[in-house]
Design a protein around this ligand. Structure first.
Ligand code: AHG
Ligand code: MN
Ligand code: MN
Length: 340
């Protein structure tokens, strides 16, 4: 007691010298994410009131019809990132193509691009279950001064300079990495301040949770079926426990704290997998590795995959290192099921 918690603002300033490139800009970018996350959090928290407020006409005062939360979250992030003159481009799950952002003076001198899934797990909104926001940040590869190009976005995950997520859960947290470990900050909603609540997050040894949509079982590749059988066998610390929320951010967050594996494999329904490489799998993989975990498509390290297109999908195995390695052992028996 008596010990004062560190705020996210203080933490960013203290650690900005660790950052390889222009520290000030990354700090400003993280500050924008903090702000956007607070606005989305506010909206998510009153999601249950939407119909009630709508019925009383409150949402119509500004002549705006109530938007779906994933569109709302996208608009918030896009507006803040555009206004604050920090990034030169944004790609989002909710935008068909990447968006070029010019500086206040009309130039293109900013150095970073950001990719985001503004609202992950949106099907959980209606039932009051945790959702998230995911972000991934790169330094541009095209020359400063010119508009961003697709090359700036189609970089391998290993090139990320920062990545993180916000989880709008029983409490709201921002968890991020700049390649020096993973730190988690909890929002005090009364003050609008984020406090360092989870310093140096790491997957514990010996995870026991597996998270997969088992309703698709019959459509899974044989390697996944075999691995699930392994998870369910009575042997050593098995059977494992099955937990599936249906929002990657929440499932990942729980697994990082308790130890576990999240799998979204290919299936005959989604032959490339469902999750998107650039703004779901890459940022979560960067976090996983920084927390001592592992991320793979079942065969290869996610972070080394050469992206081909913005909304590319990929099978995803992420979580405790030993668990992902075991799943890969089972997948290796069926090399023909690899997507590439
Ligand atoms: P999004 O809400 O951004 O479309 O992402 C949902 C994703 C992921 O978060 C979740 O784990 C998965 O889809 C759930 O898919 P199923 O309903 O097919 O299990
Ligand atoms: Mn998503
Ligand atoms: Mn989404």
């Amino acid at each position: 007691m008596g010990h004062r918690l560190k705020t996210l603002g203080e933490f960013i300033i203290e650690h900005q010298s660790q950052f390889r490139f222009s520290e000030g800009e990354l700090s400003r970018l993280l500050n924008s994410i903090k702000l956007a996350a607070k606005l989305v959090n506010h909206e998510v928290n009153k999601a249950g009131l939407v119909d009630i407020l709508g019925a009383s006409g409150v949402t119509n005062i500004q002549g705006e019809t109530q938007q779906k939360l994933d569109i709302f979250a996208n608009d918030v992030f896009m507006k803040i990132l555009k206004k604050r003159d920090i990034v030169c481009g944004v790609a989002s799950e909710e935008e068909d193509d990447f968006v070029i952002i010019s500086d206040k003076d009309g130039g293109h001198d900013n150095k970073y691009v950001i990719l985001t899934d503004p609202l992950d797990g949106s099907s959980n909104i209606d039932v009051n279950v945790s959702v998230g926001t995911i972000f991934s940040i790169y330094r541009r590869v095209s020359p400063v001064g010119s508009p961003v190009t697709s090359d700036d976005f189609l970089q391998k995950g290993i090139e990320q300079v920062a990545a993180g997520y916000v989880i709008y859960g029983t409490s709201t947290m921002l968890v991020y990495t700049t390649g020096h470990g993973v730190n988690g900050f909890t929002l005090n909603p009364a003050l609008g301040t984020w406090y360092l609540s989870h310093p140096n997050m790491t997957f514990p040894k010996g995870g026991k949770i597996y998270s997969i949509n088992e309703g698709n079982y019959v459509h899974f590749p044989q390697g996944v079926k075999d691995y699930l059988k392994y998870c369910q066998e009575e042997e050593g610390n098995r059977p494992y426990t099955s937990r599936y929320i249906g929002s990657l951010v929440s499932d990942f967050h729980r697994n990082m704290i308790k130890g576990g594996i999240y799998i979204y494999p290919t299936s005959s329904k989604v032959p490339q997998g469902k999750l998107r490489l650039l703004y779901e799998c890459n940022p979560m993989s960067f976090l996983a590795e920084q927390a001592g975990g592992k991320a793979s498509d079942g065969y290869r390290r996610i972070l080394e995959i050469e992206p081909k297109e913005l909304h590319q999908r990929i099978p995803f195995f992420v979580g405790s290192r030993e668990m992902v390695e075991k799943a890969e052992e089972y997948m290796a028996k069926y090399p023909d099921d690899a997507v590439y």
